[in-house]
Ligand binder design. Sequence first.
Ligand SMILES: [Zn+2]
Length: 148
Amino acid sequence: MPMFVDTSPPGQCIFCKLVAGEIPASKVFEDEETIAFMDLGQLNPGHTLIAIKRHADNLLDLTPDEAAAAMRTAHRVAHAVKKAFNPPGLTLLQCNGKEGDQTVFHFHMHVVPRWGDDGIGLSWPRKDPTRELLEQYAAQLRAAIEPA
Ligand SMILES: [Zn+2]
């Protein structure tokens, strides 16, 4: 995970400054709600960030339309990454909260071109719960989910 952590207050965060044009960015695309630009760290060539233009800390602060706009732009950028760099794989990563490995607290999504030996790792510690426990988790979510 990236070591840089942005501790700026909301509205003065580095992505708000980037959206306002106050700091430089290598822009790839923008529309009314989103902006796409090169990640400074470049895990692989073509590594791009998609951010919402309005300051929103994370996924839970987005409107449904902003969430859709972010994925629309990620989808568009993913096609461009495939065309420009032709990686055999592609990972989308979107982190929320410090415990979720978020380091800049302004909603963004990574589009990362992937190669088989690129050294990028994601720990995936399976818990393999019983079917009964899975059903209990599903029931908790069904009770919590908002109607469409
Ligand atoms: Zn911001």
